[in-house]
Ligand binder design. Structure first.
Ligand code: ZN
Ligand code: ZN
Ligand code: ZN
Ligand code: ZN
Length: 135
């Protein structure tokens, strides 16, 4: 999650992925964006990002990325607006667990489930996201 903002953004529509799919070269796009790209009958089946061409259209849903996007969206809500609370502890999500790719609160952090996991403060991720948006 070094670059959550970049990772969560589609290079065609430049906003958070909607229903992200991965294509054969390993690049990700919104399903709607890449489908539209490949819709034109005269268009070659190529990656809009790296221009690699493919013999056929293969779209695989990228669930892990979908998860990252959900987190990026939650983090893009300013902290002052509250954001979401941990269901289990009614505490604000202050940390992101790298292992589980999920937002956790300070009490989750101390629990057995996440104790040994690497976590990142959500403030840091938020900063990355806002610097990305400003570009
Ligand atoms: Zn898109
Ligand atoms: Zn590509
Ligand atoms: Zn919690
Ligand atoms: Zn964890």
């Amino acid at each position: 999650v070094a670059c959550l903002g970049d990772e969560a953004t589609c290079s065609i529509c430049l906003s958070f992925f909607m229903d992200p799919v991965i294509i054969d070269c390993g690049h990700n796009f919104c399903r709607a964006c890449i489908t539209q790209c490949w819709e034109r009958p005269d268009a070659a089946i190529s990656c809009p990002q790296c221009r690699e061409t493919f013999p056929q259209r293969t779209l695989r849903p990228n669930r892990q990325l979908g998860n990252v996007v959900e987190i990026a969206k939650q983090l893009s809500v300013p902290a002052a607006a509250g954001g979401d609370l941990c269901n289990a502890h009614q505490e604000p999500f202050k940390l992101f667990c790298n292992q589980d790719q999920t937002l956790i609160c300070v009490i989750c952090r101390e629990s057995q489930a996440h104790h040994a996991h690497r976590v990142v403060p959500t403030e840091e991720l938020r900063k990355q996201l806002s610097s990305r948006t400003r570009n």
